[in-house]
Design a protein around this ligand. Structure first.
Ligand code: SF4
Length: 537
């Protein structure tokens, strides 16, 4: 006798265009087709000479048993499920029946599971891109699963911020489950969390509704509806439900840093979580110089403004908190390099044990901390005497300690520079090295911009290559500059770099590409002489 075969087919949402090639092929090659009546009707155009076994909705076990029985007689039997046969479909049930009979793959009937598009995917595609991130499916049918267990799963998924696709949300008799589910979800999510309701996806009577958690029950929900609940980041844009893909929301003092490099793939309109319209957009360096305090305060005022959603939640007394990764840097000051024990203790106490503290080559302590209350944190650190700075692609001013303040002549200029341009966004992170005398013991000329004060005035270096085997110092472009002129000049250079620099372009590359910056011409760096090592290494 010919070896029988079970073809367990998921035929997707119902339209032929959304059925896989293999699913169609398997239906055509089967001797018989077994399925729920409605599903058989959905694949009617593909039925030719195959025998048909149609059963009612709750007769899955008898369908599986009949399929196995027929396959054991040597037939090729197609068992059809809508969506994916392995997601609330027939695949598991058929295996259960086979296992009960002692089936082994080697000698028993052949089994092929043919995947299809499940409702979470088909309905998701009609709503926009609500899945995108960690998601789960939960069937609200307590026909085969105890309701207490379903409730636990809803609770856990809601708390863990999964996007949730609810299958079988309601039927004629089973109406309370979706109401209880909504209540559980509202414990963890804001009432205006986007919710998508899709009925009969890709079928004749398709219906799509985008609503929110508070109002979802005002709409028709039935057995043919899939309910997709957004997570805390999901938003609605132009009638589409979209969940951003990024895993972390990192904020620093003056901007939101997206983890989506290469740069600027997203536009502001598509980043409702971002802190746009901030200092970056408003600031006019020349017209409105900002002190570090003003810069930090403005940034923080934006940072602490939570989304409308969070505000709504709080007003309604809902415990809903989104933890953001807040990144910033602290230092004891521009010229001051000494951190007191009290400051260190305040730092540790403020950021907590869960924070990451990284001491950088730029004489800063970079803090990365999960928090939903960054303003309290920065206020405490400000009170402890720390200078707070943004991180990322910003201007970092690295000054020497001016011989413990003994060589203080040029400190006003470096403090003014910090006030005017410290921490502002530039195409790529850059350092301005500032040393208080010709000893240059803090290596000012090895920074993107180097400044050395000497009795006559300031020397300016541009375009050092700060890293790599061919690292080199910057080009000496001016000597003996008067203090006011130096500050104006450096501010203009930074403005030019901001305007004409390409995303991610380091300053030395920018200088080389544009050739002239503020009247200073780029000069090729002499090639290095390679000397063979006597030892051959
Ligand atoms: S560069 Fe000059 S002023 Fe600065 S710490 Fe060194 S010796 Fe002192």
């Amino acid at each position: 006798m010919q070896r029988g075969k079970l073809l367990i087919i998921g035929f997707g949402p119902g339209s032929e265009q959304h059925m896989t090639f293999r699913a169609k092929e398997a239906i055509l090659e089967a001797d018989s087709i077994i399925g729920y009546s409605t599903y058989v009707d959905l694949i009617r155009p593909l039925i030719t000479t195959q025998d048909i076994v149609r059963t009612g909705m709750t007769e899955e076990v008898s369908r599986a048993q009949e399929a196995v029985r027929q396959a054991e007689t040597g037939k090729k039997v197609a068992v059809i499920s809508s969506g994916d046969s392995g997601v609330y479909g027939m695949a598991g049930l058929v295996y259960e029946v086979l296992i009960q009979k002692g089936w082994k793959e080697e000698a028993g009937v052949e089994v092929e599971i043919i995947p299809g598009i499940s409702a979470i995917n088909s309905c998701g595609s009609l709503l926009g891109a609500p899945i995108m991130h960690d998601a789960c499916t939960i069937s609200l049918s307590d026909h085969l699963t105890p309701w207490d267990l379903i409730k636990k799963r809803v609770d856990a998924a809601a708390e863990a911020d999964f996007v949730i696709a609810l299958y079988n949300p309601r039927s004629g008799k089973r109406t309370r489950q979706i109401v209880e589910t909504q209540k559980i979800l509202l414990k963890y999510r804001s009432p205006d969390t986007p919710v998508g309701l899709v009925k009969s996806a890709y079928r004749e009577r398709e219906q799509i509704v985008i609503t929110d958690l508070e109002h979802m029950l005002d709409h028709e929900i039935g057995m043919l509806t899939t309910v997709i609940i957004g997570n805390n980041s999901t938003f609605i844009y132009d009638g589409k439900m979209i969940t951003p893909r990024g895993y972390q929301r990192k904020y620093t003092l003056n901007e939101t840093e997206q983890q989506l490099k290469p740069h600027e793939r997203l536009k502001k309109e598509a980043e409702p979580w971002a802190l746009h319209g901030g200092i970056e957009d408003e600031r006019q360096i020349a017209d409105r110089p900002l002190s570090p305090q003003v810069l930090a305060e403005e940034a923080l005022s934006k940072l602490v403004i939570k989304t409308k959603r969070l505000e709504n939640s709080r007003q309604k007394g809902i415990e809903f908190q989104q933890e953001d990764i807040f990144e910033f840097a602290v230092s004891p000051g521009i010229a001051n390099k000494k951190i007191t024990p009290q400051q260190l203790a305040a730092l540790v106490e403020t950021v907590g044990e869960g924070a990451t503290l990284e001491y950088t080559p730029d004489h800063l302590i970079k803090v990365s901390v999960k928090t939903s209350n960054p303003s309290e944190m920065t206020e405490n650190l400000g009170n402890a005497g720390f200078l707070l700075l943004p991180t990322g692609d910003v201007v970092n001013i690295k000054a020497c300690d001016f011989c413990d303040g003994e060589k203080a002549d040029s400190i006003p200029q470096v403090e003014l520079l910090q006030q005017l341009i410290g921490g502002i966004s530039v195409p790529k992170q850059m350092n301005i090295g500032f040393n208080g005398c010709g000893m240059a013991c803090y290596s000012a000329p090895t920074n993107d911009i180097g400044i050395i004060y000497r009795k006559k005035g300031f020397d300016l270096f541009l375009g050092a290559k700060t890293t790599g085997r061919n690292a080199h110092v910057g080009q000496l472009v001016a000597e003996g500059l008067e203090g006011g002129k130096l500050v104006d000049l450096v501010v203009r250079i930074i403005e030019d770099y901001k305007d004409r620099g390409l995303p991610n372009e380091r300053f030395h590359k920018f200088f080389k590409r544009v050739q002239v910056v503020e009247g200073f011409y780029y000069k090729e760096v002499p090639e290095q002489v390679v000397v063979d090592m006597a030892c051959g290494d």
